[in-house]
Design a protein around this ligand. Sequence first.
Ligand SMILES: Cc1cc2nc3c(=O)[nH]c(=O)nc-3n(C[C@H](O)[C@H](O)[C@H](O)COP(=O)(O)OP(=O)(O)OC[C@H]3O[C@@H](n4cnc5c(N)ncnc54)[C@H](O)[C@@H]3O)c2cc1C
Length: 323
Amino acid sequence: MSVLVYVENTEGKFKKTVYELISYAKSIADLYGSQLTALSIGHVADDELKSLGRYGVSKILRVDSEQFKSFVNQAYASVIASAAKHTNANTVVISNSFSGKGLAPRVAAKLGAGLADGAIDLPTIDGNTLSIRKTAFSGKAYAITELTSAIKVIALTPNSYDVKENPTDSSIEDFAPENEEHDFDTIIKEIVRASDKITLPDAEIVVSAGRGLKGPENWGIIEDLAEVLGAATACSKPVSDAGWRPHSEHVGQTGIVISPNLYVAIGISGAIQHLAGVSSSKTIVVINKDPEAPFFKVADYGIVGDAFEVVPKITQAIKAYKG
Ligand SMILES: Cc1cc2nc3c(=O)[nH]c(=O)nc-3n(C[C@H](O)[C@H](O)[C@H](O)COP(=O)(O)OP(=O)(O)OC[C@H]3O[C@@H](n4cnc5c(N)ncnc54)[C@H](O)[C@@H]3O)c2cc1C
């Protein structure tokens, strides 16, 4: 019995959310009194792989061949399932990231496992039953899910668990997975980046704006703030519908669901459909001129004021602080 965690790399590097995921998986392994194995697919340098030991990984399985250079959903899912069988894992932990959302159900199906996706807490374990709190209805509610299957797959919401150091001696082992016949029927030939900006699903900080900005010509203050914070930019649905911003920035029930460390909402009312996409952000800051705006009810910090006055002042203050 052991716990397997799939560690996703971004161009050969691990992001902070990977260390959170490992810390979470290590806590589950401790609940079982078992070992934690990490699975890495694609090319990652040894030093980077070794960094996983700092957070409690005992063994790192490495799959680093030309075939797996680019992400292929069904092939990666087969590798994870194959590694789970190889390590006799009873629990597989995956990030509920953009790619994790595609992987977790596939892995669960391949292993005949129960799935808790969007988990936000450590589970409680009672015999073979694992109870876990997860988000439901696009983040509008929580559900307690009970998994009673022999193997369990948990997909953890990014930014919902703190990084905990747990220095452990770890070894790297090359792993030859078993793949299925049709795993490579669809492959990615080439990835062309739309821009060099930080992508929204990966961003730790997001600066987002709504109809309160009045028009696309006013987005300069949003981009300036995003730049000093090292943030990605997002927007509400009416803003992208009106063509003020690209649809790739639309967050919410019908857009991208994100959970950054910091979400700054400027001139956005906080309609339930918008909140569905951002409510699992760790810290929410709202800037709105209407003190009754619903967004303030879910804000950690709120500023009642005109965005056109407040936002440039915040940008200046951050620049001065950094300077
Ligand atoms: C089926 C369905 C799905 C939907 N999906 C989504 C979704 O995925 N994402 C989404 O965002 N919406 C979605 N919507 C739309 C949603 O209901 C709201 O209409 C939308 O989120 C409102 O966008 P907004 O807050 O930018 O605009 P508004 O509601 O017009 O709010 C603008 C806000 O700006 C403030 N403001 C105005 N001027 C200033 C100023 N100078 N300084 C500071 N604040 C100012 C106002 O006080 C107001 O609170 C959906 C709706 C439906 C029916």
